[in-house]
Design a protein around this ligand. Structure first.
Ligand code: HEC
Ligand code: CU
Length: 325
C-alpha cells in the first residue's frame, strides 16, 4: 500500500513537471502539435502492445493445453511475430514521415522571419536578419511574431549544442562547421522556455533561453526598438564604470564605445526577461548579483570574476544595465 502511494506521488510529481512553459506535451504551433500527437500515438500503441504481450506470456505460463498449443503453432508465430510488427511499424513510419512533412512544408514558405542563433559556451547569440540585408544582434532570448513562418539558422561557435524549444518544434543540433535550419510557426502570443539539449561542458544545464511570441504589430514595434542604439544613460556614473572596467572589451552596447563581441550583446539587456542565459529573472538586484557573484550562480561560465566592486558600484552598474531597455 505504501509502495502504491509512493508510486502515485512520484507519478504526480513527474506529471506536474511536464506542464508549464517548457513542456513537450503542450504544442503551441502546428509543428509541435503534430510532434506531440505522434508521441501520444506511439505511446498508446506501445502501451497496448505491452499489455497484449503480458497477457500472452500469462497464457503461455498458466493457460490450458489447447491455448498453449495455439501459441506455438507456426501460423501464430508468422502472423504475430512477423506480419503484425511489419504492418504496425510500417504504418507508424509512414505516419511519422507525414508529420515531418509539416515542418518541411514551412521550408518553402515565402518571406519567413529569419533569425540566426549561435550556440556559445554557455549562452545563445541571437541575430535578427532584416529584409534589407542588415542584422541586429541580441542574446539569450528570441522574439517572434505569431502566425508567420519562422526560420531559425543554427550554428555553433565552439562545441555541439542543441536548440530545443519544445513549445514550437523538435530539437535540432548545432554542429561545428555546419548550418542547420529549423522551421515553425507560433500560434498565439506568450512566453516559453527553451534549453540546450546536448551536453556542451560545465554550465550546460544552465544554458536556457526564453522565447516570446508577439502579435505582428507588437513584434514590429519591438524590432524597431531593438534595432536602435542604446538611449543615452540618464545617470552617467554607471555607464562610466561599465566603460572603464573593461566590460566593453567583451560586451557591445551600441551607441557607446563598448563594442566587444566575446559575450552577449547588452544594448537592450534591460528589456530582456532573464540574465545569464535564462537562469535569473531580469531585475536590478539580479544585475548586481550577476556581476558580483556570477561564478557562484553559474560555475565555469566564461565571464571573468568581478568580485572587487563595492555595493555602491554594483548598484550603479545594475541601474545602468537595467536602464538599457
Ligand atoms: C572576458 C570577457 C568578459 C568581460 C570582460 C565581461 N563579461 Fe560579462 N559576460 C561574458 C560572457 C562570456 C557572458 C555569458 C556568460 C554565460 O551566461 O555563460 C557574460 C554575461 C554577462 C551578463 C549577462 C547577459 C545576458 O544576456 O544574460 C551581464 C549582465 C554581464 N556579462 C555584464 C558584464 C559587466 C557589467 C562587465 C564588466 C564589469 C562584464 N560583463 C565583463 C564575458 C565578459
Ligand atoms: Cu549544452
Amino acid at each position: 500500500m505504501i509502495l502504491l502511494k509512493l508510486l502515485l506521488v512520484t507519478v504526480l510529481v513527474m506529471i506536474a513537471g511536464c506542464a508549464g512553459e517548457q513542456s513537450a506535451f503542450v504544442g503551441l504551433g502546428p509543428v509541435s502539435s503534430r510532434i506531440s500527437l505522434l508521441m501520444w500515438i506511439m505511446f498508446i500503441a506501445a502501451a497496448l502492445i505491452t499489455v497484449l504481450m503480458c497477457a500472452l506470456v500469462f497464457v503461455a505460463i498458466t493457460g490450458s493445453g489447447s491455448w498453449r498449443q495455439t501459441l506455438t503453432r507456426e501460423k501464430t508465430v508468422v502472423l504475430g511475430g512477423i506480419a503484425f510488427p511489419v504492418v504496425i511499424l510500417s504504418a507508424l513510419l509512414i505516419y511519422g514521415f507525414s508529420v515531418l512533412r509539416v515542418g518541411e512544408n514551412l521550408v518553402q514558405a515565402e518571406n519567413p522571419v529569419r533569425i540566426a542563433v549561435v550556440g556559445e559556451q554557455w549562452w545563445w547569440r541571437v541575430i535578427y536578419r532584416h529584409d534589407d540585408g542588415r542584422t541586429t544582434e541580441s542574446a539569450n532570448e528570441i522574439r517572434i511574431p505569431t502566425g508567420r513562418p519562422v526560420e531559425i539558422e543554427l550554428t555553433t561557435a565552439d562545441v555541439i549544442h542543441s536548440f530545443w524549444l519544445p513549445a514550437y518544434a523538435g530539437k535540432v543540433d548545432m554542429i561545428p562547421g555546419h548550418t542547420n535550419r529549423l522551421h515553425f510557426i507560433a500560434d498565439k502570443p506568450g512566453v516559453v522556455r527553451g534549453q540546450c539539449a546536448e551536453y556542451c561542458g560545465g554550465a550546460h544545464a544552465l544554458m536556457a533561453f526564453y522565447a516570446m511570441a508577439m502579435t505582428p504589430a507588437d513584434y514590429d514595434a519591438w524590432l524597431a526598438k531593438e534595432k536602435a542604439d542604446a538611449k543615452p544613460a540618464p545617470d552617467k556614473a554607471g555607464e562610466r564604470l561599465f566603460l572603464t572596467s573593461g566590460c566593453g572589451g567583451c560586451h557591445t552596447v551600441r551607441g557607446t564605445q563598448a563594442n566587444g563581441t566575446v559575450g552577449p550583446d547588452l544594448t537592450h539587456v534591460g528589456g530582456r526577461l532573464s540574465l545569464g542565459a535564462g537562469i535569473l529573472p531580469k531585475t536590478p538586484e539580479n544585475f548586481a548579483r550577476w556581476i558580483g557573484r556570477h561564478q557562484q550562480l553559474k560555475p565555469e561560465n566564461l565571464m571573468p570574476p568581478f568580485g572587487f566592486f563595492s555595493e555602491d558600484e554594483l548598484r550603479s552598474l545594475a541601474a545602468y544595465l537595467n536602464g538599457l531597455e
